[in-house]
Ligand binder design. Structure first.
Ligand code: FES
Ligand SMILES: [Fe+2]
Length: 384
């Protein structure tokens, strides 16, 4: 929802059509981007020792997360080391206890990934159970946000998120819990959803209600380059938060400065999370690519436990406000997807209000360009 007041100096244009519609580019993004970035999975509070296992289904990358007896959250590849069966299924994820048993030949692992039992394998030549633990995936937690990295990260999660750390002061993210969740399927490329979120040029036309609560002229960007982008928007004088009537639905989040009580902030974390702190709740959008023209977006509303335990706590007016706003956004992203498919589509110029969209494109293209000289990929378009 952000826009910058600075001028976009170099006459940037939108991304070329292939980046939105090409299956080859979509494939390349897995390697260049999604396997090389920290990716948000869920809130730490969604994985408890007693709860089920948390499944992750990212195209061909299937994982599950488990909290061990030591309290640590770990991530594993979701296949058995015997003959590869999926271990944690949609059916068994809530019933598997401290032992994770394969549905095929019953090899059994513990929550730290160790192979505990492999029936009838003792006779197998040189079989050593120690060698056949689950394949683990790098997993770190930042203020209650669980991220994984599918390859060898060049930096720790905290370093990746450092630009946000100073802005996170006061929001006490770790204490917050998910009160509501909405799951959307958007018929648009994931980048169109990022780009749309990074500008408020569309707000007066697409979101009249939102624009009344936070007029688009009150937007600034305090992080304007790199994988994390965004900044605050000021609430109108007569409005307390983003909700259908502009009134707070929970207590102020503890620790906010007076300034933070009068603003909503919007940050996008490349390549799959938006964090939007409000005075009384935090809104999250988590994105999962499904196809060039399909993206799953899971929207979560986080509140402080003190608000949730208040008698009569009811977040409906915030949830309904954002559900309407989301649907307005998904509609224009889907319209853009359809228009860009046209064979004569030509990227148009960005306005001054879209400088952060241009920043997103720059960062995205830099990731896609990495190692380009070593392995020229399939008809990889160059931006003009
Ligand atoms: S595939 Fe898992 S035990 Fe055989
Ligand atoms: Fe929007």
């Amino acid at each position: 929802m952000n826009h910058s007041s600075s001028r976009s100096a170099n006459g940037n244009k939108a991304l070329l059509r292939d980046y939105v519609i090409s299956p080859a580019i979509f494939e390349l993004e897995s390697e260049q981007i999604f396997n090389r970035h920290w990716r948000y999975v869920c809130r730490s509070s969604e994985i408890s020792e007693s709860s089920g296992l948390y499944r992750v289904d990212w195209l061909n990358e299937r994982l599950f997360l488990a909290r061990g007896e030591d309290g640590q959250v770990r991530a594993f590849r979701n296949f058995c080391r015997h003959r590869g069966s999926e271990l944690v299924t949609a059916e068994n994820c809530n019933t598997m206890g401290s032992r994770i048993q394969c549905p095929y030949h019953a090899w059994t692992y513990d929550r730290s990934g160790k192979l505990l039992a492999a029936p009838n394998m003792s006779d197998a030549n040189g079989f050593d159970a120690e060698q056949w633990g689950l394949k683990s995936v790098k997993c770190e937690v930042w203020h209650g946000f669980v991220f994984v990295h599918l390859s060898d990260p060049s930096e720790r999660l905290a370093e990746f998120l450092a630009p946000l750390e100073s802005h996170a002061t006061g929001w006490n993210f770790e204490d917050l819990v998910v009160a509501r969740e909405i799951d959307y399927c958007v018929q648009a490329n994931w980048k169109l959803i990022f780009q749309n979120y990074n500008e408020c040029y569309h707000c007066p036309t697409v979101h009249p209600a939102l624009n009344r609560l936070t007029p688009f002229q009150g937007a600034t960007n305090d992080i304007a380059d790199g994988p994390i982008l965004g900044g605050p928007m000021l609430l109108s004088d007569d409005c307390q938060t983003m909700s259908t009537d502009g009134r707070r639905v929970g207590k102020y989040l503890p620790g906010l400065s007076e300034e933070q009580q009068r603003m909503v902030a919007y940050y996008t974390l490349f390549p799959g999370l938006f964090i939007s702190p409000h005075p009384d709740y935090i809104l999250l959008h988590r994105m999962e690519r499904k196809a060039t023209d399909e993206t799953r977006v899971v929207c979560q509303f986080l509140f402080h436990p003190d608000s949730i335990s208040e008698p009569g706590f009811d977040p409906t007016s915030a949830v309904e406000f954002w559900d309407l706003t989301n649907q307005q956004d998904w509609r224009v992203c889907e319209l853009a997807q359809r228009g860009i498919c046209d064979s004569s589509y030509e990227p148009g110029p960005y306005s001054d209000l879209e400088s952060v969209v241009a920043s997103f494109d720059r960062y995205y293209l830099a990731q896609m360009d990495r190692d380009y000289h070593e392995r020229p990929p399939i008809g990889f378009p160059r931006s003009s």
